[in-house]
Design a protein around this ligand. Structure first.
Ligand code: AMP
Ligand code: ZN
Length: 409
């Protein structure tokens, strides 16, 4: 399997460093096309190097996957194949930019579903060959982490929490391609957990939730529930590191659901009377587990002097970051530790072509990871972000001071 280092060393992939040459104020901003197909969104966007979005298009497969109860990779692949040409053409048409005017094409090549990544990479390969354009392979999580810099000034280093349907990790961003991985999930991602809990509770049958993702459904129904009725434990309390275990939350919730179904004489597939309380408890436990690991990451970085004195920042992104309750819980931690909390608007938290194009812009400006053609570039379904220092974090054995999570339900 193709590795990032190999990509830098491989012969046919000539690194085009000269593309980072100094720009003068009179030269028009360069334009980058970004393409995203790593999971269940087909996205494309054209950005200029100031971060202006000139045109974008997004096709979501969520409704299809909602009906089948989860992503079936072959279905995702077919839907990407059916939509990618149109989505890219739409982004170009809306931007009024011709392929010949592009400075580069950036495309997600890792991590993600193999079949989905393959569609984007093959399309991009044909596109850059046809139009003779430089290619910028993109790490999907790097793109999530950097999106905030398109929206406002955020200097390196900053702490980043990525929580989505496929990932959860805490990392220190020190540069556009320089990350220290502090912790990650040991089993499943929080969005996946919430989707599974929502499915187990048949929330799709609730009139307010028929077209919502699992996480969105849980957020909506939790507003009417009591988060303390079901006392779920925040997992890994005795593990003084920054890793997550969301399956640990799900197991407790599933046990409670089975017990309630027995008590109410209810078959699986019907809505329980206490569904609001169960989802409120689930959301609260996901939020507090996430907040505790993040709190430890902040304390670790502060103890090691890894965060700047001026404006130390926590950036939160990924689909789950659009959850207001989770954001508010994290705000308690950042207020207590003196960090600025930044969450991009929901539309930039979930997968899209804009974040890929922006990552392309960042790499283009620094002349990093730009190649001349793509036949030697392969996708990588599994690809860690940066250098893993989670053992160092664990060895620091940082105990958390008590923080009261006083938030509205
Ligand atoms: P992503 O993987 O970044 O595309 O985000 C999709 C994931 O985010 C799915 O697992 C959703 O259930 C989850 N999600 C979306 N909105 C919310 C929300 N408001 N609260 C919690 N999870 C959410
Ligand atoms: Zn994502």
């Amino acid at each position: 399997m193709f590795g990032w280092n190999r990509f830098h060393k491989s012969k046919p992939c000539v690194l085009l460093q000269h593309l980072a040459t100094r720009r003068t104020s009179s030269t028009p901003p360069r334009l980058v096309l970004g393409i995203e197909t790593s999971c269940d969104e087909t996205g494309a966007a054209v950005l200029d190097e100031t971060g202006r979005i000139l045109g974008e298009s997004l096709h979501s497969q969520k409704e299809v996957h909602l009906k089948t109860g989860g992503i079936i990779p072959t279905v995702a692949q077919r839907l990407h194949e059916e939509n990618i040409s149109r989505v890219v053409q739409e982004a170009l048409d809306r931007s009024g930019v011709a392929p010949s005017e592009l400075a580069a094409v950036a495309t997600t090549v890792k991590p993600g579903l193999a079949l989905s990544l393959g569609v984007g990479l093959r399309f991009a390969g044909r596109f850059v060959k046809l139009h003779d354009k430089p290619f910028i392979p993109i790490h999907h999580m790097e793109a999530h982490a950097l999106t905030v810099r398109m929206l406002q000034r955020v200097d390196f280093p900053f702490l980043v929490l990525l929580v989505s349907g496929g990932h959860s990790l805490l990392a220190l961003a020190r540069g556009i391609d320089d990350f220290l991985l502090l912790g990650q999930t040991l089993d499943e991602a929080p969005g996946d957990t919430m989707d599974k809990v929502a499915r187990r509770l048949s929330l799709i049958k609730h009139p307010k939730c028929s077209v919502l993702s699992g996480g969105q459904a849980i957020e909506v129904l939790a507003r009417e529930g009591d988060r303390l009725k079901f006392q779920f434990r925040s997992p890994m309390g005795q593990h003084y590191d920054c890793n997550f275990s969301f399956a640990g939350v799900r197991n407790q919730v599933t046990t409670a659901i089975i017990k309630k179904e027995k008590e109410e004489g209810m078959e699986q597939g019907r809505l329980l009377s206490c569904v609001h309380d169960i989802v409120a408890g689930t959301q609260h436990t996901v939020a507090s587990h996430t907040a505790k690991r993040t709190h430890r990451a902040i304390l670790f970085c502060q103890a090691r002097g890894l965060l700047p004195r001026d404006d130390p920042t926590l950036v939160v992104s990924g689909g789950v970051a659009s959850n207001e309750y989770i954001r508010e819980t994290l705000r308690i931690v950042t207020d207590a530790t003196g960090l600025r909390l930044l969450c991009p608007p929901a539309k930039f938290c979930t997968d899209n072509g804009v974040m890929i194009a922006w990552n392309g812009v960042e790499r283009l400006k620094e002349g990093k990871g730009i190649v001349s053609f793509t036949q030697d570039v392969q996708y990588e379904p599994k690809a860690p972000l940066g250098r893993d220092i989670s053992t160092e974090v664990r060895d620091a054995q940082i105990k958390l001071p008590l923080l009261k999570l006083k938030i509205k339900n």
